[in-house]
Each structure stands twice: as C-alpha cells, then as structure tokens.
Design a protein around this ligand. Structure first.
Ligand code: AMP
Length: 307
C-alpha cells in the first residue's frame, strides 16, 4: 500500500558534539520519506520556497517519492530549523524555528493522493494535519507524530486530531509533556483514552516501547559505536514502522506490530550514523535485512526457568 505523508521539508543547521553542518536537507516529511520508501511507495505533501535546491528534489524522486503534492512557493523561503545536541544525544535543543513558507501553507491534495490507504501525519502544525485528514477518502491506517513546539502552542487542535488517529508516535519527553505524567505506562494509558489505540514511545538510544490494549512490546536501541547526529531518528523510526505496516496491508496484529517496531528501530539506527540524510543516501536493502536479524540476536534468549 502507498503512504501519504504530510510534514515539514526543511533546511536544518545542526550542531552535535561530533560536528556542525549548515543548511542541510531535513524536515520530518523528508526523513520519513527517505526511510519509508525502502518499504512502500510514498506520496509527499508539503511546501518549500524558491531557495529549495533541485538536487534535493532529485534525491527524493530517486527514492521513488511522488512529489506532485509538494508546493513550491516562488516568493518564500523553505522552513528552517536550527538545533543543537549536547553529549546527551536524546534531547535536541531548538535554537531557531523559522516557519517561513509553512506559516501560510494550505495543503491541497492532488486527486490521486486522496485515495491513499495509509496516512502519516508527520510533525507539523496540528491544524494542517486536520486539513489533510479532511481531504482523505477513508484511509485504512492513520498514524501521527508531534513535538513539544505544537504541544505548547496548539494543544486544542492536537487533542482534536488525536481523536482521529490509530497510532501516535512521540518521544518520551513529549509523552510526559502531553499528559503531565512522569510514568510512561500511565502516560501511554492516558493518550490511548484520547483516541489512538496504539501508542509508541521513542526513547532515543534506549529504544522504543509500544503500548496497546492487549500487550506491551519493548525494543532496545541498537548498540552503535559511532553516532554522529540524532536528527531525524524519530521520523526514520516512523518511516520503518509505518512502512512495514503498509507493506503488509495495514494489519495491526501482534506479530506485525512487533516487527514494525523493529523495522522502525533498524531505520533509526542507520539514520544516526551520519549527518542529515547522508546515511540514507547509500543505505541498501541488504544492510536493512542484516540489521533486522542482528536485532533479533540482540535480545533473544532461551526460555528456561532460572530458579
Ligand atoms: P526528529 O525525527 O524528531 O529528530 O525530527 C527532526 C526534523 O524535524 C528536523 O529535520 C527539522 O527540520 C524538523 N522540525 C523541527 N522543528 C519542527 C517543527 N516545529 N515543525 C515541523 N518540523 C520540525
């Protein structure tokens, strides 16, 4: 099944303890698309300015992303985010957010996007997420992400959209901020009462936990020796997670949900190995399959009684 994604397409300035990069391709929808396109065909809805480079368009096209929903505003500048990470790579510090063309973005879905069976509402203004959802014709699977910026500035719109989605993916500090609950089990329970039947809480290098009514599944973070830049890890996780589910017809049974969490973890583990999208540019399906197997070995153990 194809996946429609709406979210930011950006230029990022990034600073981590391992280097500094300016004006590199970023954005939640971009990171999601680069990752999910290994699993399913992607249709992207977003906006960029006149400063957006042709080479970035070529990269996304070469990953098989349908860009007929990407508006190019000739009188505006592309969304720009500047972030910094300290040695605790789990928490980004936002230094600047320039919405630019996103400030008055009006998403209009091309006709052939409206029937997409799977929708991912990446990190973007929740009122825009609602606008996109309104134009869809009965999607089978709807998943979404958000972040502190929107939790603080648009809480009402966020609650509205939460009622309409099946899966929410957030990182642990966002889950706490959203629910005012420190304990993640309680936070997930609260979120599930607001709408999404499935909640995935991302914990950076410590992995991810999926909560449903019937079971909880926890995946470790992959033990990597070299991490350069955690930007986009959350969106790449979402790409692997939603990508896997959509490749398997949007089934949400236990086996598929667990595999989807591992696919998300696999994609995020590659994403952080280099700055921006650089690792995704030369990633192969063979490497993805090998790391999927390595994940299995990482936490598999024999089930003998120990006492
Ligand atoms: P993450 O996967 O959470 O690390 O997302 C990183 C991407 O989110 C960056 O490439 C940014 O361009 C983008 N981003 C940062 N702030 C915002 C925001 N307020 N709205 C939409 N996208 C954002």
């Amino acid at each position: 099944m194809s996946i429609l994604v709406v979210g930011s397409v950006a230029y990022d300035d990034l600073e981590t303890p391992f280097g500094k990069k300016e004006r590199i391709l970023g954005g939640a929808a971009t990171h999601f698309s680069a990752s999910a396109s290994f699993y399913s065909p992607i249709q992207l809805v977003g906006v960029v300015g006149q400063d957006f480079n042709e080479t970035e368009i070529a990269f996304l096209k070469q990953r098989g992303v349908d860009l007929s929903g990407l508006q190019i505003q000739s009188d505006g500048k592309t969304f720009h985010w500047k972030g910094r990470y300290g040695y605790d790579l789990n928490e980004a510090q936002t230094l600047e957010t320039h919405l630019n063309v996103f400030a008055n973005f009006n998403p209009v879905l091309p006709q052939h996007f409206r029937k997409s069976p799977c929708l991912f509402l990446a990190n973007i203004d929740p009122t825009l997420q609602l606008e996109v959802l309104k134009q869809m014709e009965n999607p089978k699977l709807i998943a979404m992400d958000t972040m502190n910026f929107w939790i603080t500035s648009k809480p009402e719109a966020l609650k509205k959209i939460l009622k309409k989605v099946q899966v929410l993916m957030v990182n642990e500090s966002e889950a706490r901020q959203l629910t005012q609950e420190r304990n993640l089990v309680k936070a997930a329970k609260k979120i599930r009462k607001w709408g999404p039947e499935i909640v995935v809480i991302k914990r950076g290098e410590y992995g991810a936990i999926l909560f449903t009514n019937d079971f909880v599944f926890s995946a470790p973070g992959f033990p990597l020796e070299d991490i350069k830049d955690p930007t986009g890890a959350g969106d790449s996780f979402a790409g692997g997670f939603v990508g896997y589910l959509s490749k398997h017809n949007g089934r949400l049974d236990q086996t598929d949900l667990k595999r989807a969490v591992i696919c998300g973890s696999v994609m995020a583990s590659f994403q952080v190995e280099d700055f921006g999208l650089d690792r995704m540019r030369h990633l192969t399906k063979k490497e993805i399959n090998e790391r999927f197997q390595a994940f299995k070995a990482l936490s598999h153990f024999e089930e003998n009684l120990i006492i």
